[in-house]
Design a protein around this ligand. Structure first.
Ligand SMILES: Cc1cc2nc3c(=O)[nH]c(=O)nc-3n(C[C@H](O)[C@H](O)[C@H](O)COP(=O)(O)OP(=O)(O)OC[C@H]3O[C@@H](n4cnc5c(N)ncnc54)[C@H](O)[C@@H]3O)c2cc1C
Length: 389
């Protein structure tokens, strides 16, 4: 291969980082230029965003440092548009990056547009800067013995509520959810979770939220839950970039991919992580690091194979676990079947805390090792992706 192949990776989160690093290694003797685009030079550990919100300082991982020695070019900025016909990306409305292959790894964020007032009056864990500001406000509210309301009883809401209650025992913490918190877990793991919520003094409120007000959350029944601070963790939205570019997306804006994770409308675009609509016979992947990292490793391997003129097998994946921290000294891990339904086994307490911490801290060492070796990232082979969403 004599002509240089230009590969642009958009987003240096968990999946974009891994895809770029693994690709650099897989193509190291070939004429390939890899460019990684991200708004911040700091790697965001999204798995730990609730820890920032509770006031903890995280390690400062610099993306250019992690890329050292790989030959990957780092461009700091936000992709503002994609032109799939001209095959280029525009960064910050100024810099044009042509590509032969594009890896779309822009992730997702919680959706504050689904309920009136959430965007104006609720905080989110979407951005480390906001999470830090939330932590500062939390200190003020805690000093007054005030109330924090966490909206959403999914894993992020549970982790946030327990982290806040654990670090600020003087606060009143209320967790509002439409269904029982931890509904995705088996009975025993959920019973453990409920005992932990009780131990931390977290009030559970079941109900549909109709409005977020400056000092309260309103339920569809009209009931008002007082809140000095509101944290929103429900719903998922993705960047509109793909849809705006005419790349086929599903109703939620995720790129529709084939069984090899390539866009069905633009096969030179590979979508990974939270931004990809990956289908299996049992349903669609939901955004997790657990599933995102394998999509990144698979895509790096697939592109490297394509450059060597080889065929790719369909992406295979099966879920393995639901690891949930319950503050700093407790956790519950529900092991699952491939389709993420709960299995028989679960872990709790110190063993689970160690397990969860190992999961949260594994990506950065994986990135570093990926510079030198092909790190296996699949925990379980699972079923193959289907051809279309
Ligand atoms: C508090 C919390 C706890 C979680 N815990 C778990 C867990 O225990 N286990 C688990 O499996 N998952 C967990 N998740 C989910 C997990 O974090 C995501 O599924 C994962 O981050 C997805 O990786 P990604 O690479 O697709 O997106 P991200 O990691 O979000 O990365 C996207 C990157 O794209 C960048 N970007 C965005 N827009 C642009 C643009 N226009 N141009 C360039 N770059 C852009 C962003 O800055 C970011 O760096 C948790 C999420 C949260 C919020």
């Amino acid at each position: 291969m004599n002509t240089e192949q230009r590969i642009v990776v958009l987003g240096a989160g968990y999946t974009g980082m891994l895809a770029a690093l693994r690709l650099a290694r897989r193509t190291r003797n070939r004429n390939v230029r890899i460019t990684l685009v991200n708004p911040s030079p700091r790697f965001t550990e999204r798995l730990r965003m609730h820890q920032i919100a509770a006031g903890q300082e995280l390690a400062d991982y610099r993306i250019p440092d992690i890329l050292t020695g790989t030959g990957i070019e780092f461009v700091q900025g936000s992709a503002t548009s994609i032109d799939p016909a001209a095959k280029h990306v525009v960064v910050d409305n100024t810099t044009t990056l042509p590509y032969d292959k594009l890896v779309y790894a822009l992730g997702s964020s919680t959706d504050t547009s689904i309920v009136a007032g959430a965007a104006d009056h609720a905080w989110t864990l979407n951005d480390p800067r906001l999470a830090h500001q939330f932590a500062e406000r939390l200190n003020v509210v805690a000093a007054q013995g005030g109330t924090v309301v966490v909206c959403g009883g999914g894993l992020t809401g549970i982790e946030a509520a327990t982290e806040i209650a654990d670090s600020h025992p003087e606060l009143h913490v209320t967790l509002i959810s439409a269904g029982a918190p931890g509904a995705m877990m088996g009975d025993k793991a959920r019973a453990y979770l409920n005992r932990a919520l009780d131990r931390l003094g977290i009030t559970r409120q079941l109900g549909r939220i109709s409005k977020v007000l400056p000092d309260a959350v309103e339920l569809s029944t009209g009931e008002l839950i007082p809140a000095d601070l509101t944290l929103w963790t429900a719903g998922v939205r993705v960047a509109p970039l793909a849809a705006q570019a005419g790349i086929e997306t599903d109703a939620n804006g995720l790129i529709v991919v084939d069984a090899t994770l390539r866009s069905v409308s633009h096969p030179d675009i590979h979508a990974i992580g939270d931004a990809a609509a990956v289908r299996f016979a049992w349903g669609r992947l939901h955004g997790t690091c657990q599933s995102g990292m394998p999509t990144a490793a698979y895509t790096a391997d697939t592109i490297a194979r394509q450059l060597r003129g080889k065929q790719s097998k369909p992406f295979r994946f099966g879920y393995f676990h639901q690891p949930v921290s319950l503050g700093r000294g407790d956790a519950v891990i529900q092991f699952t079947k491939s389709d993420d339904t709960p299995g028989r086994w679960y872990l709790t307490g110190r063993l689970a805390t160690f397990y969860k911490e190992s999961v949260s801290s594994s990506p950065v060492p994986t990135f570093r090792m990926s510079r030198r070796i092909n790190v296996p990232v699949k925990l379980r082979a699972g079923t193959p992706a289907t051809a279309r969403s």
